[in-house]
Design a protein. Sequence first.
Length: 69
Amino acid sequence: MIVGLPKEIKDNEYRVGLTPAGVRALTDAGHQVTVQKSAGEGSGFDDASIKRQAAQIIDSADEVWAVQT
């Protein structure tokens, strides 16, 4: 399965749909995870911490969705 995680766009919303541990759980289970650049920053997770868990960092939400098709 391909899992895509875009950055939250709602004003004053800092949560992220997956933590690095969640990314690791999905990739360990054989799934591909794509995450929009800076998606986790509001929750204290930088791109490097997410990438270390085998996620692919993508520049825009449009690109995240494009991987899904």
